[in-house]
Write a protein that binds this ligand. Structure first.
Ligand code: ZN
Length: 350
Protein backbone atom coordinates (compact mmCIF):
# COMPACT_ATOMS: atom_id res chain seq x y z
CA UNK A 1 0.00 0.00 0.00
CA UNK A 2 2.76 2.43 1.07
CA UNK A 3 4.78 1.56 -2.00
CA UNK A 4 1.88 2.49 -4.30
CA UNK A 5 1.42 5.77 -2.42
CA UNK A 6 5.12 6.61 -2.74
CA UNK A 7 5.06 5.77 -6.47
CA UNK A 8 2.00 8.00 -6.99
CA UNK A 9 3.67 10.89 -5.12
CA UNK A 10 6.89 10.42 -7.11
CA UNK A 11 4.91 10.42 -10.36
CA UNK A 12 3.26 13.70 -9.38
CA UNK A 13 6.62 15.26 -8.62
CA UNK A 14 8.06 14.08 -11.96
CA UNK A 15 5.05 15.43 -13.92
CA UNK A 16 5.21 18.74 -12.05
CA UNK A 17 8.93 19.11 -12.72
CA UNK A 18 8.47 18.26 -16.39
CA UNK A 19 5.67 20.80 -16.85
CA UNK A 20 7.69 23.50 -15.15
CA UNK A 21 11.09 22.55 -16.49
CA UNK A 22 11.89 26.03 -17.81
CA UNK A 23 11.10 27.51 -14.45
CA UNK A 24 13.56 25.15 -12.76
CA UNK A 25 16.24 25.87 -15.31
CA UNK A 26 15.79 29.57 -14.72
CA UNK A 27 15.99 29.18 -10.97
CA UNK A 28 19.30 27.38 -11.33
CA UNK A 29 20.58 30.09 -13.64
CA UNK A 30 19.69 32.73 -11.10
CA UNK A 31 22.35 31.34 -8.82
CA UNK A 32 25.04 32.10 -11.35
CA UNK A 33 24.73 35.91 -11.31
CA UNK A 34 27.83 36.34 -9.19
CA UNK A 35 29.82 33.87 -11.19
CA UNK A 36 29.68 35.83 -14.46
CA UNK A 37 33.20 36.48 -15.52
CA UNK A 38 35.33 37.06 -18.55
CA UNK A 39 38.75 35.97 -19.58
CA UNK A 40 41.18 38.13 -21.48
CA UNK A 41 43.03 36.18 -24.12
CA UNK A 42 46.65 37.05 -23.45
CA UNK A 43 48.11 34.33 -25.62
CA UNK A 44 48.41 35.86 -29.07
CA UNK A 45 48.62 32.48 -30.77
CA UNK A 46 45.24 31.57 -29.26
CA UNK A 47 43.79 34.92 -30.35
CA UNK A 48 45.20 34.40 -33.85
CA UNK A 49 43.63 30.92 -34.07
CA UNK A 50 40.23 32.34 -33.05
CA UNK A 51 40.41 35.25 -35.50
CA UNK A 52 41.48 33.10 -38.42
CA UNK A 53 39.31 30.03 -37.80
CA UNK A 54 38.73 28.06 -40.98
CA UNK A 55 34.95 28.21 -40.79
CA UNK A 56 35.12 32.02 -40.85
CA UNK A 57 37.68 32.35 -43.64
CA UNK A 58 35.78 29.86 -45.82
CA UNK A 59 32.74 32.12 -45.55
CA UNK A 60 34.63 34.96 -47.30
CA UNK A 61 34.03 35.83 -50.91
CA UNK A 62 36.43 38.05 -52.90
CA UNK A 63 34.56 41.21 -51.95
CA UNK A 64 35.05 40.38 -48.24
CA UNK A 65 38.82 40.55 -48.76
CA UNK A 66 38.70 43.79 -50.76
CA UNK A 67 36.44 45.42 -48.16
CA UNK A 68 39.17 44.75 -45.58
CA UNK A 69 41.94 45.97 -47.85
CA UNK A 70 43.36 42.43 -48.04
CA UNK A 71 45.23 42.48 -51.35
CA UNK A 72 45.91 40.08 -52.98
CA UNK A 73 42.49 38.89 -51.78
CA UNK A 74 43.23 35.54 -50.16
CA UNK A 75 43.48 33.79 -46.80
CA UNK A 76 47.28 34.01 -46.57
CA UNK A 77 47.30 37.79 -46.91
CA UNK A 78 44.49 37.99 -44.36
CA UNK A 79 46.48 35.91 -41.87
CA UNK A 80 49.61 38.04 -42.31
CA UNK A 81 47.70 41.25 -41.74
CA UNK A 82 45.53 40.09 -38.82
CA UNK A 83 48.56 39.00 -36.76
CA UNK A 84 49.56 42.66 -36.30
CA UNK A 85 46.11 43.74 -35.23
CA UNK A 86 45.96 41.83 -31.94
CA UNK A 87 46.74 44.08 -28.96
CA UNK A 88 47.33 43.61 -25.23
CA UNK A 89 44.68 44.75 -22.76
CA UNK A 90 46.24 47.05 -20.14
CA UNK A 91 45.45 46.90 -16.44
CA UNK A 92 43.46 50.18 -16.61
CA UNK A 93 41.38 48.71 -19.46
CA UNK A 94 40.84 45.52 -17.48
CA UNK A 95 39.73 47.58 -14.46
CA UNK A 96 37.33 49.61 -16.57
CA UNK A 97 35.86 46.45 -18.11
CA UNK A 98 35.36 44.94 -14.65
CA UNK A 99 33.68 48.18 -13.53
CA UNK A 100 31.27 47.82 -16.45
CA UNK A 101 30.51 44.14 -15.72
CA UNK A 102 29.91 44.87 -12.03
CA UNK A 103 27.62 47.80 -12.87
CA UNK A 104 25.59 45.64 -15.26
CA UNK A 105 25.38 42.88 -12.62
CA UNK A 106 24.02 45.37 -10.10
CA UNK A 107 21.32 46.40 -12.55
CA UNK A 108 20.20 42.85 -13.21
CA UNK A 109 17.42 42.56 -10.60
CA UNK A 110 15.89 45.83 -11.89
CA UNK A 111 16.17 44.69 -15.53
CA UNK A 112 14.53 41.34 -14.78
CA UNK A 113 11.72 43.09 -12.88
CA UNK A 114 11.11 45.80 -15.44
CA UNK A 115 11.16 43.48 -18.46
CA UNK A 116 9.03 40.91 -16.58
CA UNK A 117 11.40 38.21 -17.79
CA UNK A 118 14.29 36.18 -16.43
CA UNK A 119 15.90 35.67 -19.86
CA UNK A 120 18.69 38.03 -18.81
CA UNK A 121 19.97 35.47 -16.33
CA UNK A 122 21.05 33.30 -19.23
CA UNK A 123 23.46 36.05 -20.23
CA UNK A 124 25.51 35.23 -17.21
CA UNK A 125 27.96 32.87 -18.79
CA UNK A 126 31.70 33.14 -19.06
CA UNK A 127 33.13 34.67 -22.18
CA UNK A 128 36.49 35.64 -23.62
CA UNK A 129 37.67 38.96 -25.00
CA UNK A 130 40.27 40.03 -27.53
CA UNK A 131 41.40 43.60 -28.18
CA UNK A 132 41.85 44.35 -31.84
CA UNK A 133 43.27 47.36 -33.65
CA UNK A 134 41.00 48.16 -36.59
CA UNK A 135 39.90 44.58 -37.15
CA UNK A 136 36.73 44.66 -39.27
CA UNK A 137 36.67 48.46 -39.24
CA UNK A 138 36.54 48.57 -35.45
CA UNK A 139 33.12 46.90 -35.43
CA UNK A 140 32.68 44.62 -32.41
CA UNK A 141 31.99 41.02 -33.40
CA UNK A 142 32.16 37.48 -32.07
CA UNK A 143 33.65 34.05 -32.73
CA UNK A 144 32.22 31.15 -30.68
CA UNK A 145 32.65 32.33 -27.03
CA UNK A 146 34.91 35.29 -27.80
CA UNK A 147 34.03 38.96 -28.30
CA UNK A 148 36.42 41.22 -30.22
CA UNK A 149 36.43 44.84 -29.10
CA UNK A 150 38.44 47.58 -30.73
CA UNK A 151 41.13 49.80 -29.13
CA UNK A 152 38.68 52.73 -29.48
CA UNK A 153 36.02 50.85 -27.50
CA UNK A 154 38.49 50.39 -24.64
CA UNK A 155 39.65 54.00 -24.90
CA UNK A 156 36.11 55.31 -24.43
CA UNK A 157 35.40 52.80 -21.66
CA UNK A 158 38.54 53.84 -19.74
CA UNK A 159 37.59 57.52 -20.20
CA UNK A 160 34.13 56.89 -18.79
CA UNK A 161 35.62 54.91 -15.93
CA UNK A 162 38.09 57.68 -15.03
CA UNK A 163 35.32 60.28 -14.97
CA UNK A 164 32.89 57.86 -13.34
CA UNK A 165 30.44 58.45 -16.21
CA UNK A 166 28.25 55.46 -15.43
CA UNK A 167 25.37 56.68 -17.60
CA UNK A 168 27.52 57.13 -20.69
CA UNK A 169 29.07 53.70 -20.16
CA UNK A 170 25.62 52.10 -19.81
CA UNK A 171 24.31 53.83 -22.93
CA UNK A 172 27.30 53.04 -25.10
CA UNK A 173 29.75 50.31 -24.12
CA UNK A 174 27.39 48.17 -22.05
CA UNK A 175 24.71 48.22 -24.74
CA UNK A 176 27.29 46.97 -27.24
CA UNK A 177 28.33 44.29 -24.75
CA UNK A 178 24.71 43.11 -24.36
CA UNK A 179 24.30 42.90 -28.16
CA UNK A 180 27.53 40.90 -28.57
CA UNK A 181 26.69 38.59 -25.67
CA UNK A 182 23.39 37.95 -27.45
CA UNK A 183 25.42 36.34 -30.24
CA UNK A 184 27.23 34.09 -27.74
CA UNK A 185 23.85 32.99 -26.40
CA UNK A 186 22.60 32.21 -29.90
CA UNK A 187 25.37 29.75 -30.51
CA UNK A 188 26.56 28.46 -27.14
CA UNK A 189 23.45 28.05 -25.01
CA UNK A 190 21.19 25.13 -26.06
CA UNK A 191 18.15 26.37 -24.12
CA UNK A 192 18.34 29.82 -25.62
CA UNK A 193 19.34 28.54 -29.05
CA UNK A 194 16.21 26.38 -29.30
CA UNK A 195 14.08 29.23 -28.04
CA UNK A 196 15.59 31.71 -30.50
CA UNK A 197 14.85 29.34 -33.40
CA UNK A 198 11.18 29.54 -32.37
CA UNK A 199 11.40 33.32 -32.15
CA UNK A 200 12.75 33.54 -35.74
CA UNK A 201 9.79 31.44 -36.91
CA UNK A 202 7.23 33.47 -34.97
CA UNK A 203 8.68 36.65 -36.47
CA UNK A 204 7.99 35.17 -39.91
CA UNK A 205 11.48 33.92 -40.85
CA UNK A 206 11.76 30.58 -42.64
CA UNK A 207 15.13 28.86 -43.18
CA UNK A 208 16.20 28.31 -46.81
CA UNK A 209 18.08 25.13 -47.71
CA UNK A 210 21.61 25.89 -48.99
CA UNK A 211 21.03 24.14 -52.32
CA UNK A 212 17.85 26.10 -52.93
CA UNK A 213 19.59 29.32 -51.95
CA UNK A 214 22.34 28.72 -54.52
CA UNK A 215 19.78 27.90 -57.20
CA UNK A 216 17.49 30.88 -56.79
CA UNK A 217 19.69 33.81 -55.73
CA UNK A 218 21.19 35.50 -58.82
CA UNK A 219 25.02 35.21 -58.87
CA UNK A 220 25.47 38.99 -59.04
CA UNK A 221 24.02 39.16 -55.52
CA UNK A 222 25.24 35.85 -54.13
CA UNK A 223 28.89 36.85 -54.54
CA UNK A 224 28.31 40.22 -52.96
CA UNK A 225 26.91 39.05 -49.61
CA UNK A 226 28.92 40.48 -46.75
CA UNK A 227 30.22 37.67 -44.53
CA UNK A 228 29.31 38.04 -40.86
CA UNK A 229 31.13 36.04 -38.13
CA UNK A 230 28.12 36.53 -35.82
CA UNK A 231 26.02 34.29 -38.09
CA UNK A 232 28.53 31.41 -37.81
CA UNK A 233 29.42 28.56 -37.29
CA UNK A 234 26.15 27.30 -38.80
CA UNK A 235 25.49 29.71 -41.64
CA UNK A 236 21.78 29.79 -42.43
CA UNK A 237 19.84 32.24 -44.56
CA UNK A 238 16.19 32.96 -43.85
CA UNK A 239 13.49 34.60 -45.85
CA UNK A 240 10.55 36.43 -44.45
CA UNK A 241 6.84 36.33 -45.18
CA UNK A 242 4.43 39.09 -44.25
CA UNK A 243 1.75 36.50 -43.50
CA UNK A 244 0.68 33.04 -44.61
CA UNK A 245 -1.43 34.39 -47.50
CA UNK A 246 1.17 36.72 -48.95
CA UNK A 247 2.71 35.33 -52.15
CA UNK A 248 6.00 37.19 -51.80
CA UNK A 249 9.10 35.90 -50.07
CA UNK A 250 11.56 38.55 -48.87
CA UNK A 251 15.22 37.63 -48.50
CA UNK A 252 17.13 40.18 -46.39
CA UNK A 253 20.86 40.49 -47.17
CA UNK A 254 23.75 42.87 -46.49
CA UNK A 255 25.12 43.35 -50.03
CA UNK A 256 28.32 45.11 -51.07
CA UNK A 257 27.66 47.92 -53.51
CA UNK A 258 30.48 46.77 -55.83
CA UNK A 259 32.70 43.74 -56.45
CA UNK A 260 35.67 45.61 -55.00
CA UNK A 261 34.27 47.54 -52.05
CA UNK A 262 36.69 49.84 -50.23
CA UNK A 263 35.08 49.43 -46.83
CA UNK A 264 32.89 46.94 -44.96
CA UNK A 265 30.31 49.69 -44.82
CA UNK A 266 30.11 49.91 -48.64
CA UNK A 267 26.95 47.89 -48.31
CA UNK A 268 23.26 48.28 -48.90
CA UNK A 269 20.76 46.52 -46.69
CA UNK A 270 18.56 44.85 -49.28
CA UNK A 271 15.52 42.69 -49.69
CA UNK A 272 15.38 40.32 -52.66
CA UNK A 273 11.75 39.58 -53.49
CA UNK A 274 10.72 36.16 -54.82
CA UNK A 275 7.40 34.79 -55.99
CA UNK A 276 6.35 31.17 -55.76
CA UNK A 277 5.08 29.67 -59.03
CA UNK A 278 4.27 25.97 -59.20
CA UNK A 279 6.63 25.17 -56.36
CA UNK A 280 9.47 27.26 -57.87
CA UNK A 281 10.76 30.52 -56.47
CA UNK A 282 11.30 33.20 -59.08
CA UNK A 283 13.42 36.28 -58.39
CA UNK A 284 11.43 39.50 -58.95
CA UNK A 285 13.38 42.53 -57.78
CA UNK A 286 15.65 44.08 -55.15
CA UNK A 287 14.53 46.88 -52.85
CA UNK A 288 16.10 48.70 -49.89
CA UNK A 289 15.13 47.30 -46.50
CA UNK A 290 14.16 50.81 -45.38
CA UNK A 291 11.46 51.05 -48.06
CA UNK A 292 9.59 47.94 -46.98
CA UNK A 293 6.85 46.57 -44.76
CA UNK A 294 9.56 44.31 -43.36
CA UNK A 295 11.34 47.39 -41.95
CA UNK A 296 8.14 48.72 -40.36
CA UNK A 297 7.28 45.30 -38.97
CA UNK A 298 10.64 44.92 -37.20
CA UNK A 299 10.87 48.49 -35.92
CA UNK A 300 14.68 48.67 -35.73
CA UNK A 301 16.95 50.91 -37.75
CA UNK A 302 20.10 48.80 -37.38
CA UNK A 303 21.12 45.16 -37.63
CA UNK A 304 17.88 44.22 -39.37
CA UNK A 305 19.30 42.09 -42.20
CA UNK A 306 19.38 38.69 -40.46
CA UNK A 307 17.36 37.14 -37.60
CA UNK A 308 20.62 36.30 -35.79
CA UNK A 309 21.29 40.07 -35.69
CA UNK A 310 17.70 41.11 -35.03
CA UNK A 311 17.29 39.17 -31.78
CA UNK A 312 20.50 40.46 -30.11
CA UNK A 313 19.53 43.95 -31.30
CA UNK A 314 16.09 43.63 -29.71
CA UNK A 315 17.69 42.46 -26.45
CA UNK A 316 20.26 45.28 -26.44
CA UNK A 317 17.64 47.92 -27.24
CA UNK A 318 15.27 46.54 -24.64
CA UNK A 319 18.07 46.62 -22.08
CA UNK A 320 18.84 50.21 -23.04
CA UNK A 321 15.20 51.27 -22.80
CA UNK A 322 15.14 49.90 -19.25
CA UNK A 323 18.41 51.39 -17.98
CA UNK A 324 17.92 54.71 -19.80
CA UNK A 325 14.15 54.95 -19.95
CA UNK A 326 14.18 55.01 -23.76
CA UNK A 327 16.11 53.59 -26.70
CA UNK A 328 16.72 55.44 -29.93
CA UNK A 329 16.41 53.16 -32.92
CA UNK A 330 13.79 50.86 -31.44
CA UNK A 331 10.07 51.20 -32.03
CA UNK A 332 8.77 49.32 -29.01
CA UNK A 333 5.27 49.29 -30.50
CA UNK A 334 6.32 47.50 -33.70
CA UNK A 335 4.65 44.15 -34.37
CA UNK A 336 8.00 42.38 -34.43
CA UNK A 337 9.15 43.68 -31.06
CA UNK A 338 5.77 42.91 -29.48
CA UNK A 339 5.91 39.28 -30.70
CA UNK A 340 9.45 39.00 -29.35
CA UNK A 341 8.61 40.58 -25.99
CA UNK A 342 5.55 38.35 -25.47
CA UNK A 343 7.46 35.17 -26.31
CA UNK A 344 10.34 36.06 -24.01
CA UNK A 345 8.05 36.89 -21.09
CA UNK A 346 6.00 33.72 -21.60
CA UNK A 347 8.96 31.35 -21.91
CA UNK A 348 11.19 32.99 -19.31
CA UNK A 349 8.86 34.26 -16.59
CA UNK A 350 10.16 35.93 -13.44
ZN1 ZN B 1 25.67 41.71 -34.10
Amino acid sequence: MYIILIIVILLFIIIYCYKHKEYFINKNQLNSIDSLDYQIITNWDEAFEILTNENYLLSFNKSDFYARDIIPPNQDTYKQIIRHKIKDISSSEDKAFRWMINSVKELYPAIVKSSKSSIWNHYLCDFKIIKGDQIDERMPHTHMKTIIFDVEYFKELVNNHKKNEINLMLMEQSETLIHEMGHLLERNNPIINNFFQDVYLELGFLPIATEQFINIVPDKFRFRIRSNPDELPNLQYYWWKKNQDDEDFYLPLALYTSDKPKYLTDTEMSLLIFKEENGKYIYQKKINIEDSDYYKFLGITNNNYHPKEIVPEYLAMWYLSIVEGGALGLDMTSKGFKIFETLVQKNFPI
